[in-house]
Write a protein that binds this ligand. Structure first.
Ligand code: ADP
Ligand code: ASP
Ligand code: MG
Length: 636
């Protein structure tokens, strides 16, 4: 019998009765001959109550004191659970993060785990004890001189929801047979059952999909826990603490051997990937109203055209730009579908955008691209570009590390490579560049990110329709804000500067979209750049960017917190046409307008008005037949 790590979340240990029930389950596991390490959260909503107490004293409490405060919640549970185990006659000992030796960075409220000392754990396991560890907390490095001696041995926390990460990290460090996450739902469902009552349980999901879902709002697992499971090949299951049902397995490919030192700080980029057979179609000045994306992508799906990246940028007046990439061989067909639709899309936009600006040389399409299209300023217009390459950096380690994307942009800028489109996900950043720049871009990125394995060619046309689910689940994030920067001079290096500025303050961005149109402003060609960020970071991001506006030469910066991001995730969507169309059609049928679209190979995200968020999630969920016949019970 091996070592099992079990983690129980807040609701699962929310009352004395629940703690007693948990103790019984642990005792049964131990009696069966297993060694058990248990990780627990604070009882019920007690972390929220502590946050509220702090907010009654200060609107901006010190992050160190927040860690001191919030770490107490878990300490209550470990002691009570350990006592409950003793009542069962089960030898047990409770340990705080510091007592175990969960060593983290000295970064309060969002520390990453550097190392877990295993000696004390091994000793207690040998003594036949169940070890009950406080989740979510660690201690800053104490065995090495830091520049600031006051940062030695500080109590740190890993960020809200971080007990999952404590558990998986312990399982990795102790090479446990498996890590079981016990929670208040039967496992991972196709969506949040509190918002979508007919969400259905999944038997399994890949780590890649779960990483996306977790970072797009599915709070059932902390994304960093999934990252560690993937990197170290930890066998991970999510189950109900109420029943004996098997729950959901989170599967990962066999990992590369990896040292345990610097646990959460490994090389953030595992691979550089490229696809040189891409072509781009852009539809400019389409009306900003429900149904437009659905009409375009529905027509493309009708021709069985497989679309790769899709972006829709912020709108100007009441018109939008939509751009997408297809395999080069499909360019003519895709362009003719778009040309066919363009005249039917007439924006009521009066038009301060000059036609010349939109299609001039320095603009949206560089290098060897062919430019077609024309038309009046208030009419949708089609542009195409062939011979473009998609270059991606991939790796679970880039989660929550905003500097990685910024590093990619600056490495490309230094190599003189102009970025055309950007698409981001938690585990991948892709840029399209002129085909002629591809080799240079790859070499630069491999060097910059220290990637030694050869770059992988990813070609849509070579991918076979494997038997993988197109859409595994849907998620909603109501904590996001939209950030837009107007009139960014169109030259290499500016995206890098902007995102580095945010990264330096640990502000993560998602759905970075540069407008397709470039237009003259104060004597130079400019574009707009938009992205989504966490609402809590919005004011800081705006202030930082406004302060740098004069130096970097861009215009107005605005934020909109009144948004929701609805996403679908599935590893098979890259192989099948029509997935984006089905998502957009379901939103159009509910009369929900899409403000932004961003995709990766395995996700499609749409930004919609916040008030429509839950409805958007529900219609999208039912569009992909994810609903089950049984309603999952969720505790209040
Ligand atoms: P714990 O305290 O056990 O860590 P959390 O509240 O952090 O529990 O996570 C469980 C909750 O995650 C569920 O009650 C559910 O509302 C929510 N959730 C969001 N998305 C999903 C999903 N796709 N599958 C299951 N639960 C989800
Ligand atoms: N108690 C912490 C929180 O509520 C950590 C956790 O439960 O995972 O965020
Ligand atoms: Mg949780």
């Amino acid at each position: 019998m091996g070592l099992i790590v079990q983690k129980y979340g807040g609701t699962s240990v929310g009352t004395i009765e629940r703690i007693q029930a948990v103790a019984e389950r642990i005792h049964t596991t131990a009696k069966a001959g297993n060694s058990v390490i248990v990780v627990v959260s604070a009882m019920g909503k007690s972390t929220d109550s502590l946050v509220k107490l702090a907010s009654e004293i200060s609107s901006n409490p010190s992050r160190r004191e927040m860690d001191m405060l919030l770490s107490t919640g878990e300490q209550v549970t470990i002691a009570l659970l350990s006592m409950a185990l003793h009542e069962h006659g089960q030898a047990a000992i409770s340990l705080t993060g510091a007592q175990v030796g969960i060593v983290t960075e000295a970064e309060h409220t969002r520390a990453r785990i550097l190392e877990i000392k295993t000696q004390r754990l091994e000793r207690h396991l040998k003594e036949g004890k169940v070890i009950v560890v406080a989740g979510f907390q660690g201690t800053s490095r104490s065995d090495q001189l830091l520049e600031d001696p006051d940062m030695l041995g500080e109590i740190t926390t890993l960020g809200r929801g971080g007990s999952d990460t404590s558990a998986v990290a312990l399982a990795a460090a102790m090479q446990a047979e498996r890590c079981e996450i016990y929670t208040d739902v039967p496992g991972i469902l196709t969506s949040d059952p509190r918002l979508v009552p007919d969400a259905q349980l999944m038997e399994e999901i890949t780590c890649d999909e779960m990483l996306e879902l977790a970072s797009l709002g599915a709070s059932v697992l902390h994304p960093r826990a999934v990252e560690i499971a993937r990197n170290y090949g930890v066998m991970l299951v999510v189950r109900s603490s109420w029943t004996d049902q098997p729950g959901t397995r989170v599967t990962s490919p066999a990992p590369q051997p990896r040292a345990l030192a610097g646990l959460e700080l490994g090389n953030p980029v595992d691979a550089v990937e490229f696809d040189t057979n891409q072509a781009k179609v852009a539809l400019l000045r389409v009306p900003d109203k429900p149904g437009v994306a659905a009409q375009l992508f529905g027509a493309l799906a009708g021709q069985a055209l497989n679309i790769d990246l899709i972006i829709q940028s912020i709108h100007e007046g009441n018109s939008n730009d939509i751009a997408f990439t297809v395999h080069s061989q499909s360019l003519a067909q895709a362009a003719s579908v778009a040309e066919h639709i363009a005249p039917t899309l007439r924006s009521s936009y009066g038009g301060t955008i000059s036609g010349g600006g939109a299609i001039s040389g320095g603009g949206a399409i560089s290098g060897s691209g062919t430019i077609s299209g024309g038309g009046a300023a208030d009419e949708a217009e089609v542009q195409t570009a062939d011979h473009i390459a998609k270059i991606s950096i991939a790796g679970a380690g880039m989660i929550g590390r905003p500097g990685v994307a910024a590093g990619m942009f600056s490495a490309l800028a230094e190599a003189g490579v102009n970025i055309q489109m950007i698409s981001t996900s938690e585990v991948k950043v892709s840029c399209t560049v002129a085909g002629d720049d591809c080799d240079r871009a790859i070499a630069t990125l491999c060097k910059h990110f220290d990637v030694t394995n050869s770059p992988a060619r990813l070609d849509q046309a070579q991918l076979t329709a494997a038997n993988l689910p197109s859409v595994r689940g849907a998620a909603l994030d109501l904590q996001q804000a939209q950030l837009a920067i107007r009139y960014v001079p169109d030259r290499p290096g500016l995206a890098a500067r902007i995102f580095q500025l945010l990264a330096d303050r640990s502000i993560s961005v998602d759905m970075i979209i540069q407008s397709q149109r470039s237009r003259p402003h104060q004597g130079q060609m400019t574009r707009d750049i938009a992205c989504t960020i966490r609402q809590d970071d919005a004011e800081l991001a705006k202030n930082l960017l406004q302060a740098a506006a004069a130096e970097l030469g861009y215009g107005e910066v605005w934020i909109n917190k009144d948004i929701a991001k609805v996403s679908v995730v599935g590893i098979g969507m890259a192989y099948r046409p029509g997935i984006a169309a089905a998502m957009f059609e379901s939103l159009a049928a509910a009369d929900i307008n899409i403000h932004m679209i961003g995709t990766s190979e395995i996700k499609i995200s749409c930004v919609v008005e916040q008030a429509k968020g839950v409805e958007a999630l529900r219609v999208v969920h039912s569009a992909f037949d994810l609903a089950g016949s049984e309603t999952v019970e969720v505790p209040a």
